[in-house]
Design a protein around this ligand. Structure first.
Ligand SMILES: CCCCCCC/C=C/C(=O)SCCNC(=O)CCNC(=O)[C@H](O)C(C)(C)COP(=O)(O)OP(=O)(O)OC[C@H]1O[C@@H](n2cnc3c(N)ncnc32)[C@H](O)[C@@H]1OP(=O)(O)O
Length: 280
């Protein structure tokens, strides 16, 4: 893989342009070695369309297979928005085959991220609801920019849908059962200070320090021998991932049934209309 990936890897919805070079902060070259940056770029809100999900998986797979890389910083190229979560238009008015393909892609990205051998650090530089939050929760460490607008959480119930069991498991594994239960039932989106208090994120820092902090944290995680850290990560996470692996097809069937219901289609459409009308 091209060496310039060390400096940045843009995931774009409609382009496969080579990544622009990006300064990697104050760390020395040695510290930066082996660290790639995945910047989500699907304006206006970095929604996770089928195309973005697929490109994300391909990029991760390439990085996993390239032994030059030991860590990835996941961040956003859209100002103020880490990711608006799953692309709601992929779940509205489409065919069963499309829903199945979309959901398999969501599963695949989660599995890739959650079980990645790489150190993944989320540099959360914007609002991060639902699927956006899930991406950050799969990372090994989360740094959130201190901006009151940058809420983070699994707000699915507010859309009238249910976060799947593996979304729930990812949250429980991060914040514990009681906090997860309350957050999931109420669809809570936490502002930075609250997100830190409940353990949804590991650090809150001024906005201009998110990237440099992510790099410092990365250096600490990369100081641990890879094989020991990777096996420990697997020990912690594989039981959760295996629960989905064992019932992937059933999970897709459940999603198909759920998303095809008239009541769910109505809820999703109303939510999208509300977003669109917000502009006035
Ligand atoms: C058994 C399984 C059941 C199903 C489980 C499904 C699990 C679901 C997971 C999800 O991730 S669902 C998505 C949840 N996401 C949200 O609730 C976020 C919604 N968006 C927002 O709150 C805001 O857009 C924002 C992210 C805070 C940004 O606000 P801003 O004011 O900057 O932009 P907007 O004007 O609101 O949006 C611009 C543009 O983008 C469209 N849009 C926003 N979010 C999405 C999305 N998730 N998917 C598709 N499109 C989205 C929005 O409608 C606007 O469109 P236009 O009006 O420009 O056409």
């Amino acid at each position: 893989m091209a060496q310039d990936l060390v400096d940045g890897l843009l995931i774009k919805a409609r382009s496969h342009l080579p990544p622009p070079s990006e300064p990697l902060g104050k760390l020395s070259k040695r510290d930066r070695k082996g660290v790639a940056v995945i910047k989500l770029k699907n304006p206006p809100v970095n929604s996770l369309s089928l195309e973005v999900l697929t490109e994300f998986v391909i990029s991760l797979e390439k990085l996993e297979n390239d032994k030059t890389f030991r860590g990835v910083i996941v961040t956003s190229d859209c100002p103020g928005i880490f990711s608006a979560g799953l692309d709601l238009t992929e779940m509205c008015g489409k065919s069963q085959a499309h829903y199945a393909e979309f959901w398999r892609a969501v599963q695949e990205l989660w599995l890739r991220l959650y079980l990645s051998n790489l150190v993944l650090i989320a540099a959360i530089n914007g609002v991060s609801p639902a699927g956006g939050c899930l991406i950050s929760l799969t990372c090994d460490y989360r740094v959130l920019a201190d901006n009151p607008k940058y809420n983070i959480g699994l707000n699915e119930t507010l859309l009238g849908v249910v976060a799947p069991s593996w979304f729930k498991d990812t949250l429980v594994n991060t914040v514990g059962h009681r906090t997860a239960e309350r957050a999931l039932q109420l669809g809570l989106l936490f502002p930075p200070a609250e997100a830190l208090r409940v353990g949804m994120v590991d650090q809150v820092v001024p906005e201009d320090q998110v990237h440099s902090t992510a790099l410092s944290v990365m250096a600490q995680w990369l100081a641990v021998p890879d094989h020991a850290r990777q096996l420990t990560k697997s020990l912690m996470r594989k039981p959760t991932a295996d629960r989905l692996v064992k019932q992937r097809d059933a999970d897709i069937q459940y999603f198909l049934q759920f998303v095809s219901r008239d009541s769910i289609q109505k809820s999703l459409r109303m939510y999208l209309d509300k977003l669109r009308q917000k502009k006035g």
